[in-house]
Design a protein around this ligand. Sequence first.
Ligand code: NAD
Length: 371
Amino acid sequence: MANLKDILVLDGDGIGPEVAPVAVDALRLALGSEGVEMRLDHGLVGGRAIDETGTPLPEETLAKAQAADAILLGAVGGPRWEQLPMAQRPEKGLLGLRYGLELFANLRPALLFEPLAHASSLKSERVSGLDILIVRELTGGIYFGEPRGVSVDENERVGVNTYVYREHEIERIARVAFELAERRGGRLCSVDKANVLEVTQLWRDVVNEVASDYPDVQLSHLYVDNAGMQLVRDPKQFDVIVTGNMFGDILSDVAAMLTGSLGMLPSASLAASGKGLYEPVHGSAPDIAGQDRANPLAMVLSAAMLCRYSLDAPGAGAAIESAVGRVLDRGLRTADIAGEEVRTNGIELVGTRAMGEALLAELTDVLKEAE
Ligand code: NAD
């Protein structure tokens, strides 16, 4: 069958097994309506993988991930495994997947759902309608450069990290960002520190060279200090932002705060092949695991990204996003996004299961209306 897609689901730890099934149900519904059949497989990663196989990323899981079109991951980690040596911790499973699948492009949208505008750290009018996508290079830059370490020189300690990018690494992330900008609002802002760091002057030069292949995208450049300022001053000026590993790490968290809650933030990490790993930004939330209190919407929005970026099914992605908007419009809130509103009329506090059921009901309606 031409339109058969292999999806690997890795529930992971903590709230992962509570939120992942909601996303899988939403995927099945939305893809079905676009004529895409999903072949589902499951695997172990993180703490549960350690418990059952002795390693956070069993070879079988990596092999399944390599064979899949896309991977949906809940979250890994928890206090149960914190005493293990660094190299055996659950988080190593995630790093191993990123490395093994060559996931070099990290996509973090900051999309504001209107009913949650109050949860932003900025005034509602500054963030109303916000829709930014941050594209972060994930496998290079100062986090991986050699030499690195702390040594002793002339009787004092010296710490060194190396900020290095090769031309091809800059070019491939730039192309991802230009292509995403073409599919969105047509604007791309590249963030660097070219006034001080030679490596980021190279970054700027390569991005400018790649730009000639994307005449429809309007390219601008900002120094990272200014970009941070602009993100909190006037975030709606941005469409797509592309930047290196460290600047992206920082700016994507700043942008996340503009939209309010951790429970609403999806992410994608893509390989050159288009294969992607899709996961919520939040962790395994051990403090609320197993209590029917987790917000499943970040996981559900990660599934929407999976439709858009790995399955070329943007209609399915849009339907899922629209269903998320509707459950919020209806006043349904898990505790993390309820805020002070709980005391106002029309706001209903719900758990993971009830939120999941409402989401699927709205999605069914959205898909029916689109027929
Ligand atoms: P966390 O994101 O798990 O939780 C932070 C706070 O946000 C907690 O109070 C939690 O209850 C709340 N929260 C998070 N997601 C929520 C959701 N969907 N709905 C409602 N509330 C939610 O971060 P943490 O507590 O620092 O880390 C817990 C574990 O998760 C650690 O072991 C950490 O290493 C791991 N972690 C994993 C990932 C990942 O798998 N990608 C990312 C971050 C942290």
